[in-house]
Design a protein around this ligand. Structure first.
Ligand code: NDP
Length: 283
């Protein structure tokens, strides 16, 4: 029988623990942690994500703000906002909601966020430290959430074959590094991988982060595997993952659902990172 990894419940536990720490800080008279999110343009999905982040902060007693820039904002304005937030002593976490409109330089914007406030873990200092195994200040939220989800299954990572499908900076690469540091044998697949199924069938731990509904069919899953589905794809009114859940659940020993899997954990880890940033700044 497959066991479903309940990201929603796990995220709730993390949120409660963060809330407890925030209230303890406030009780000592310390400033509440604050997250600032820069949203450029009016992409509907980004608007929803940003609203969810704001709501989540509020629920755990953190401060948050959304800085909205128009879709035709200039790179200079965007960088000026980042610099302002970097220098604002009342702001702990800064993130630029991605993607930003074409014509703006995403790499330059993301790199401009101070490493000490980089709650998305995308600054080269944090990513470099992650690659080197040097305990980054911040690891990107989705990979952290995935590792927490794996931990709750009790499955040992050491010595296992782990396959990550997708090589983005925000999910694929960092999660592959985290798995490697825990001594998995890691393979990363991408759009040029020749025979995806042949690779994924070797996976004891399979992470799908592609953005293509149902690309991982059950026939591509090893019997008894642990499957984490990062994909968030809107198909009509429904939200579906990258894993074809119905066929995969007959092969996997553990599987994370969409919705209710990685999504809630990502936000929970953002709260944890913002708390960590506030603790860092309070030192
Ligand atoms: P990206 O588009 O940045 O990366 C997708 C990756 O998938 C790329 O590396 C790409 O390869 C690879 N890919 C594309 N087609 C194939 C294919 N046919 N076979 C194998 N690999 C392929 O996406 P993200 O990493 O940002 O996101 C991935 C998914 O996860 C999306 O659905 C996104 O919405 C979701 N997501 C969910 C989050 C959550 O909180 N639940 C958080 C972040 C993302 P190549 O590099 O060669 O182009």
């Amino acid at each position: 029988m497959v066991e479903i990894i309940n990201g929603k419940r796990l995220a709730e536990e993390v949120r409660m623990s963060v809330k407890g720490e925030v209230e303890a800080m406030a009780a000592k008279g310390r400033r509440r942690p604050k997250l600032s999110v820069i949203l450029v343009g009016d992409d509907p999905a980004s608007q929803t994500y940003v609203r969810n982040k704001e709501r989540a902060c509020k629920e755990v007693g953190m401060e948050s703000e959304i800085i909205r820039l128009p879709a035709d904002a200039k790179q200079k304005e965007l960088l000026a906002q980042i610099t302002r937030l970097n220098n604002d002593k009342n702001v702990d976490g800064v993130l630029v909601q991605l993607p930003i409109p074409k014509g703006l330089n995403e790499v330059e914007a993301v790199n401009a966020v101070l490493a000490e406030k980089d709650v998305d873990g995308l600054n080269p200092v944090n990513m470099g430290r992650l690659v080197k195994g040097e305990d980054p200040m911040f690891v990107s939220c989705t990979p952290q959430g995935i590792m927490e989800m794996i931990k709750t299954t009790g499955v040992e990572i050491k010595g296992k074959e782990a396959v990550v499908v997708g090589r983005s900076n925000i999910v694929g690469k960092p999660v592959a590094m985290l798995l490697l540091h825990q001594h998995a044998t890691v393979t990363i697949c991408h759009s040029r991988t020749k025979d995806l199924g042949e690779v994924t069938r070797r996976a004891d731990i399979l992470i799908a982060a592609v953005g293509s509904p149902g690309i991982i069919h059950g026939s591509m899953v090893k019997e008894g595997a642990l499957v984490i589905d990062v994909g968030t794809n809107r198909v009509g009114e429904k939200l579906v993952g990258d894993v074809d859940y119905e066929s995969a659940k007959n092969r996997a020993a553990f599987i994370s659902p969409v919705p209710g899997g990685v999504g809630p954990m990502t936000i929970a880890m953002l709260l944890r990172n913002t708390l960590k940033a506030a603790q860092l700044h309070g030192k």
